[in-house]
Design a protein around this ligand. Structure first.
Ligand code: FMN
Length: 180
């Protein structure tokens, strides 16, 4: 099972990216997680740049999505919404076949951000028929450093939550691929 984890934060010491990195390192042998934090390197979406005009970095993103069995999104909330960089990334995916039946789940690195989560759930369930809000994990990591996050997530109760999240998402991806 291969997952692609996408961080919605462009910040160097991002809690969302650090959380995804530790989840990547803690994943069991049968789960491979590739980590992308591309939101600050993508061009602004325009329908004029689709088809044969698609930029190479978008082609690479689409190829990575195509290859993955499932996507894990993690994002900060900015002004009670999805940050512009992540929304831009999602806009690039809307008209693409790679996303239509791609299983997607959310991991969350804050005790806040309910408006962003509600909006992200709406957006992801719009672009993919296989988005699940049932598979979800959340940790209160706001303002923690990457080293602190690594320590926190390796504590037994958090490690168990991550194992359960990855196992539930693998089951969701498997059942989705069986039903196609
Ligand atoms: C411009 C900006 C706007 C923000 N707006 C909100 C907000 O509306 N609600 C909230 O809970 N946090 C807000 N925050 C806090 C971030 O969501 C929070 O610090 C998050 O953990 C950052 O994630 P990161 O470490 O992955 O970058 C905002 C932060 C910034 C920089």
């Amino acid at each position: 099972m291969t997952f692609l984890a996408i961080s919605g934060s462009a910040r160097r010491a991002s809690t969302n990216t650090a959380m995804l990195r530790t989840i990547q390192q803690m994943s069991p042998a049968e789960v491979v997680i590739d980590l992308l934090s591309p939101v600050n390197s993508l061009p602004v979406f325009s329908p004029d740049l689709e088809g044969e005009n698609t930029p190479p970095e978008i082609e690479r993103l689409l190829a990575a999505i195509e290859t993955a069995d499932g996507l894990i999104f993690a994002s900060p909330e900015y002004v009670r919404a999805i940050p512009g960089g992540l929304k831009n990334l999602i806009d690039w995916l809307v008209s693409r076949d790679a996303i239509i039946n791609k299983p997607i789940a959310i991991a969350h690195a804050s005790h806040r951000g309910e408006d962003m989560l509600a909006s992200l759930r709406t957006v992801l369930s719009t672009i993919s028929a296989a988005f699940t809000s049932d598979v979800f994990v959340s940790f209160a990591l706001m303002a923690k450093s990457p080293a602190e996050i690594d320590d926190i997530l390796r504590q037994p109760e958090n490690s168990a939550a991550i194992t359960g999240f990855l196992s539930d998402f693998a089951d969701h991806c498997a059942s989705n691929s069986n039903s196609r």
